[in-house]
Design a protein around this ligand. Structure first.
Ligand code: IPE
Ligand code: MG
Length: 269
């Protein structure tokens, strides 16, 4: 029986072997992809695949596409025009290591390339590919991640509801994608409401945790976060409540296996 760590190790090896290394641009992409990262989104997809009774290893190229869209958003998110971060995953951000215009282009190439990894997959049916590409573009684009990032720029004093809406778009939509992608390849139709609820809960919880970590590192954040709106104690309370609901739900959804349960519990312990 494969563990979560086995799948993560296998997937990391796959990334290392699959991503080309022929020039500086490709080195930049490899840097953005391979230097650390929790792999949460691809592992979410892969563990749900296993929960549905399929072999995760057969779907690594889709997991790669999901991770690449996410990593591309981070390359741009760290730029001075956005969050202006110099360190990510303990090392210099892509624009610090490769230059600012280069980082823009590295991010662009990653976003465009991600679709290729789905389109050139030899195991998938054409309709599955179209559905996956559609789901990926919906999650990443102006109805998803980018809209969330965009709205965040405009929100100087968001209410908690507005903040939740931003989290839902910038983080939740990519989690929802991991779920939807697994459904597409497992050919599951209908009655997926609880899975979609699961992914939205996951998105909110993940972002509260992220905000809280940012707050612990820097108490003078310029942006609004859970902590700045409701305070540290209430943030912890909300986090615990939502985590409880999530753990209960995961036990129902992953009743036979343990991979998805392990992933969620490790993430939110
Ligand atoms: C990162 O968001 C980018 C997206 C989620 C699209 P954040 O700015 O909230 O995350 P970190 O703190 O840079 O990782
Ligand atoms: Mg950021």
């Amino acid at each position: 029986m494969r563990t979560l760590l086995d799948i993560k190790t296998e997937f990391n090896e796959y990334l290392n072997q699959t991503l080309p290394n022929r020039n500086d641009l490709e080195k930049g992409i490899r840097y953005a992809m391979l230097e650390g990262g929790s792999r949460f989104r691809p592992l979410l997809f892969l563990t749900i695949i296993e929960t549905f009774g399929l072999d995760a290893s057969r779907y690594f190229s889709i997991a790669l596409a999901i991770e690449m869209v996410h990593a591309s958003s981070l390359v741009h998110d760290d730029l001075p025009e956005m969050d202006n971060d110099e360190i990510r995953r303990g090392i210099p951000t892509v624009h610090k290591a490769f230059g600012h215009p280069q980082a823009l282009l590295i991010g662009d190439a990653m976003l465009a390339n991600s679709f290729q990894y789905i389109a050139t997959n030899k195991l998938l049916l054409e309709t599955e590919k179209v559905n996956l590409i559609r789901a990926l573009s919906e999650a990443a684009g102006s109805e998803g991640l980018v809209l969330g990032q965009y709205n965040e720029l405009a929100s100087e004093k968001p209410t908690l509801d507005e903040l939740n809406a931003i989290h839902h778009l910038k983080t939740g939509k990519m989690f929802e994608l991991s779920v939807r992608a697994a459904m597409i390849v497992a050919n599951r139709r209908g009655n997926n409401g609880e899975w979609l609820y699961f992914s939205s809960l996951l998105g909110v919880l993940y972002q509260i945790k992220d905000d809280f970590m940012d707050f612990k590192e820097n108490h003078d954040l310029k942006i609004e976060t859970y902590v700045s709106i409701v305070g540290v104690d209430r943030t912890k309370e909300i986090y615990r409540e939502k985590r409880e609901s999530l753990f209960t739900l995961v036990k129902q959804l992953d009743s036979n296996g343990s991979l998805l349960k392990d992933l969620i519990e490790t993430m939110f312990m």
